[in-house]
Design a protein around this ligand. Structure first.
Ligand code: ADP
Ligand code: ADP
Ligand code: SF4
Ligand code: SF4
Length: 590
């Protein structure tokens, strides 16, 4: 076995552990050896992997959980691509790049996907886990593989890469002015009109970039990448902030780019979209912030199924102790139990936008998904139920208590994650039920000591979901819990919500665009129809089959089920299945 030792220097604090506790307890050091040495210049410990026996004592003794030691198969050594310094994160293997193909990447945050992209786009020369800084050695290291040729071209500057970045919310800080000017500047292909039409950007061309919504920013960022004349296109999470119709539309346009002979690599956490988008996929596995390994390329179907099974067949690696299976929604418990609340017809009129929500009833113990396009009033509806927004007509006068996680989460809290959560309900943080069903699956204990203001988007989302779910309430409202989460975290959140509602006999309403999550989570659906930005209508809650049919018929997409895992898969437009299902009015197989 090869051993890697990784130290998270953000967590390490030699003064607060009683002065380099790890060094003092290490048995090798105590015997006069040097498994741990002190880097005086940077005032931090360094673990020398060649001398370390892997006993794990320092891992357990470090009060801040800063050290991780893992043993990996020896043969991985020769596949080591890049390491961020001694005791830093290690990346093994890379995805393949192929002209005319969309290569999809599926994997947890912090396992090296962005690092791989930086390498393939020439921003980092991989150090081959030693001190390499030359492309010559990289080309030699990949001799005989498909990447040899790619790196040769990259070195000769014959490959021009373009990257659609992950965090589109940051764009307004870097670029100012009107959308039209931005896109005109990016246009090297003369496809301005075509791309603007394809991504439905006509209405925002004359808007200032500062005034765009998340979904609009995403579309502009994708358009700017498509307009460049490049060889290698990388899309880092193209679906964030988009509704399902927009997601599949973007997927079709990206596929067309590959069909025209380009290399395309896409990281995507919405599995239905990844499935629709990719020709082949790589699953990245490992331990976030410690190491990541790119799997062999797999067929899209097998790759996603293996991911859900938690077991990679070719690699013989189990990375999750349980499988994710999709109960056929028809088999879910039929409704008709105890009624939690009957809510009245509600209207909200903003002048430019009007929402009419029909009244309905919610049952104890159920999870109701809320689906519909962007700009149709879903957030407005949830805010009225939460008492944050006052209806123009109708009154929400509940004796029920409501716990609400908004779509956009504020970060002005000064304390740590533990302080924030313990103020809500410290007992729940200690409870073994909450630990096993919510806190551990969402990785919350690892965040306890972090300052809320310093959390990343995904970390903040998990903390906000936790804060919402540990509050005592009758009704839980969560607006887009999947935003910034990776696929594993989305499944963990879905599982946690279902389990808490069932065991505690509470009710949840979840606004969500990720179809697989909606399918996994929901007992029933509230479907929104209308014209985005003008008027919206919320239908009363209905069964999954009826609701999904109504929702998908509205956007003209059919879904089938994968026979092995039961997960929903979008049919390719015009395929035999697509046509058959349309004819029968079965947009969604249950
Ligand atoms: P992903 O894209 O899968 O979320 P990244 O490639 O961004 O993963 O990062 C993987 C890990 O590499 C991070 O968790 C971090 O620990 C480490 N890392 C990333 N960039 C740097 C850097 N410039 N210096 C040191 N460590 C880094
Ligand atoms: P969704 O959640 O379905 O994306 P929202 O409820 O956020 O939709 O918004 C529906 C419409 O209402 C949008 O066109 C939005 O611009 C408009 N809107 C939302 N809040 C306000 C407000 N406070 N004043 C005026 N218009 C608003
Ligand atoms: Fe102390 Fe942990 Fe840092 Fe070692 S790794 S010096 S035990 S804080
Ligand atoms: Fe020392 Fe054991 Fe830690 Fe290795 S794992 S550095 S041998 S205490």
């Amino acid at each position: 076995m090869a051993r890697i030792a990784v130290i998270d220097y953000d967590k390490c604090n030699p003064d607060k552990c009683g002065h380099f506790l790890c060094e003092r307890v290490c048995p090798v050091n105590r015997m006069g050896g040097e498994a741990i040495i002190i880097d005086e210049e940077n005032y931090r410990p360094v673990i020398q992997e060649a001398s370390c026996t892997g006993c794990g004592i320092c891992v357990h003794k470090c009060p801040f959980g800063a050290i991780t030691i893992v043993n990996l198969p020896e043969q991985l050594d020769e596949d080591c691509v890049h390491r961020y310094g001694v005791n830093g994160f290690v990346l093994y293997r890379l995805p393949i790049v192929k002209e005319g193909m969309v290569v999809g990447v599926l994997g947890p945050n912090g396992t090296g996907k962005t690092t791989a992209v930086k390498i393939l786009s020439g921003q980092i020369v991989p150090n081959l886990c030693s001190d390499n800084d030359s492309w010559e050695n990289v080309i030699r290291a990949f001799r005989g593989s498909e990447l040899q040729n790619y790196f040769e071209k990259l070195r000769n500057r014959e490959i021009r890469p373009v990257v659609k970045p992950q965090y589109v919310d940051l764009i307004p800080r870097a670029v100012k002015g009107k959308v039209r000017d931005l896109l005109k500047r990016a246009d090297e292909t003369g496809k301005f009109e075509e791309v603007v039409k394809g991504l439905e950007l006509g209405n925002v061309l004359d808007r200032d970039i500062r005034h765009l919504s998340g979904g609009e920013l995403q579309m502009v960022a994708i358009a700017a990448a498509l307009l460049r004349d490049a060889h290698f296109y990388f899309f880092d999470e193209p679906s964030s902030y988009l509704d399902i119709r927009q997601r599949l539309r973007v997927a079709r346009i990206i596929r067309r780019l590959a069909d025209s002979g380009k290399n395309v690599l896409a990281v995507e956490h919405d599995l239905a979209v990844l499935d629709y988008l990719s020709d082949i996929i790589h699953v990245v596995y490992g331990k976030p912030s410690v190491y990541g390994i790119f799997s062999q390329p797999k067929s899209t179907r097998n790759g996603i199924n293996e991911f859900l099974h938690g077991y990679l067949r070719d690699e013989n690696v189990r990375f999750r102790p349980y499988e994710i299976s999709f109960t056929k929604t028809g088999e879910r418990k039929s409704q008709g139990g105890e009624i939690l609340v009957q809510y009245p017809r509600l209207v909200k009129d903003y002048g430019t936008f009007r929402l009419e929500a029909e009244g309905g009833e919610l049952y104890v113990g159920e999870v109701v998904g809320i689906v519909g396009p962007n700009g149709i009033g879903k957030t407005t509806f949830v805010k009225m139920l939460a008492g944050v927004e006052k209806p123009t007509e109708g009154e929400v006068d509940w004796s029920l208590t409501v716990s609400y996680k908004p779509q956009y989460i504020k970060t002005d809290y000064e304390g740590t994650v533990y302080e924030l959560l313990s103020r809500i309900d410290e007992a729940k943080l200690m409870s073994s039920f909450y630990k096993s069903e919510l806190l551990n699956p969402l990785g919350i204990p690892d965040l306890y000591d972090k300052k809320v203001r310093e959390l990343s988007g995904g970390e903040l989302q998990r903390v906000a979901i936790t804060a919402c779910l540990i509050r005592d309430a009758d009704l839980y409202l969560l607006d887009e819990p999947s935003a910034h989460l990776d696929s594993e975290q989305r499944l963990a959140v879905s599982k946690a919500i279902r389990s808490l509602m069932a065991k505690n006999e509470k009710t949840a309403l979840i606004v969500e665009h990720d179809v697989m999550m909606v399918d996994y989570l929901s007992d029933r659906l509230i479907v929104f129809e209308g014209e985005p930005g003008k008027y919206g209508k919320a239908l009363p809650p209905m069964g999954m089959r009826e609701g999904m049919n109504r929702f998908l018929a509205g956007i003209g997409i059919t879904f089938r089920r994968d026979p092995e895992t039961g997960r929903p898969r979008a049919n390719k437009e015009g395929s035999v299945k697509d046509r058959e299902q349309r004819e029968r009015g079965e947009y969604y197989y249950t």
